[in-house]
Design a protein around this ligand. Structure first.
Ligand SMILES: Cc1ncc(COP(=O)(O)O)c(C=O)c1O
Length: 393
């Protein structure tokens, strides 16, 4: 029996869109030149890179020379955070981040701590929001960087980044935001937000894996972490990943169109999924903010059962979802994000993330609304904690 595949894990990664692939293909063959070379093949490749840079900049409201291409979100976070610290006269001072950041941010901050910098990890409220007053209170005279994710990778909560940038600037600090999950899902304009550094990644937006970018506002100094040739304004040495860069440029360009077409449709599907699940499963709850959340994200917790067990049962029916962010979903530790919003360990383990995308249809939602309640009921039936769950409410 062939099982219909329903992929609802787009925050882990997304398929490369055929239009993105089409744009990339010539750069694996005819236009294979090294962008640093002066002859025509080199110039062709260079042009591919610069056209892509302009597209990425355009989608963010930035200038082309404010975009640095990297190998992805992880590298951009490292470069933005550690590069800012390296640009200072001494490895001293204070950085603020939050307790629910992606590991690429948290571990960059941990590295700074090992180098002698103080780091404050701000708490969040039950929805995963960092309070503006909490940020304000944490600012110190020596705070030089605030790094807060635009939207959370697990529960999808969107932060007030523009207001946070203002607080950071009023106190003499820079603001970095990891917008890997938000780009292509919500409109983002770096000038309106007035952020100093912004991270994005190709594979979350129907582009290829292994490519990303860091927006660095004009006038902001960072130091490279990778040394070699003078590529990317000397900030990221190494021959450019030309096909990846071209793919990222095309994905950003298409993403702008899809914000107006696909995203409202996807949000409609997501809203139906949320109301269908909460309406049909007793003791089920939505994690994250009810409104200030990414339009494709639905994150639930189901009392008395394990998210992993639901996940494996869903997989049997061709449904791919997730229990955590992609990088930590093979770990059996409870998610640091869910613990930070105040969930008990057992509730954190009973949580499941669905992130919808362009391929999803009404039929996919119909299928989820049949299978998820059925699997939850079956697992509760065999779980000692779950028996009688339906009578609880
Ligand atoms: C918020 C966030 N930041 C950074 C990353 C890492 O991006 P990449 O996989 O491109 O290194 C991810 C990927 O899951 C993410 O969700």
């Amino acid at each position: 029996m062939s099982v219909k595949k329903v992929y609802v894990d787009h925050s882990a990664t997304s398929p490369v869109d055929p239009l993105v692939l089409e744009a990339m293909l010539p750069y694996f063959s005819d236009r294979f030149g090294n962008p640093s070379a002066l002859y025509s093949q080199g110039r062709d490749a260079h042009e591919g890179v610069e056209v892509a840079r302009a597209k990425v900049a355009d989608a963010l409201g930035a200038e082309a020379d404010e975009i640095i291409f990297t190998s992805g979100g992880t590298e951009s976070d490292n470069l933005g955070i550690i590069g800012t610290a390296l640009a200072r006269e001494q490895m001293k001072g204070h950085v603020i981040t939050s307790s629910i950041e992606h590991l690429a941010v948290l571990n960059s901050c941990k590295h700074l701590e090992e180098c002698g910098i103080d780091v404050t990890y701000l708490p969040v409220n039950e929805y995963g929001e960092v309070g503006l007053d909490v940020l304000q209170d944490a600012m110190r005279d020596d705070t030089f960087l605030v790094s807060i994710g635009y939207a959370n990778q697990e529960i999808g909560t969107i932060q007030k980044i523009g207001e946070m940038a203002e607080i950071a600037h009023d106190n003499g600090a820079l603001l970095h935001t990891d917008a890997v999950q938000a780009v292509g899902k919500v409109p983002i304009n770096v000038k309106d937000l007035d952020v100093d550094l912004l991270t994005l990644s190709g594979h979350k937006i129907y582009g290829p894996k292994g490519i990303g970018a860091l927006y660095v506002k004009k006038g902001v100094s960072i130091e490279p972490m990778q040394h070699g040739g003078g590529h990317e304004r000397r900030l990221r040495a190494g021959t450019e990943n030309v096909p990846g860069i071209v793919g990222l440029g095309r994905a950003m360009e298409l993403g702008q169109e899809w914000l107006e077409t696909d995203i409202p449709r996807i949000k409609g599907l997501r809203d139906r999924l949320i109301s269908g699940i909460l309406g049909s499963i007793e003791n089920s709850y939505l994690n994250g903010h009810p409104d200030r959340r990414l339009p494709h994200n639905a994150h639930f917790r189901f009392s008395f059962i394990e998210g992993e067990a639901i996940l494996l049962n869903l997989d049997y029916y061709g449904i791919s979802a997730s229990t955590g962010s992609a990088c930590s979903s093979r770990s059996l530790k409870a998610s640091h994000v869910l613990l930070a919003i105040g969930l008990k360990h057992e509730d954190a383990h009973g949580s499941l993330r669905f992130t919808l995308g362009r391929s999803n249809t009404e039929e996919d939602i119909d299928w989820l609304l049949v299978k998820v309640p059925e699997i939850v009921a079956k697992l509760r039936e065999i779980s000692p904690l779950g028996r009688g769950a339906d009578k609880e409410r």
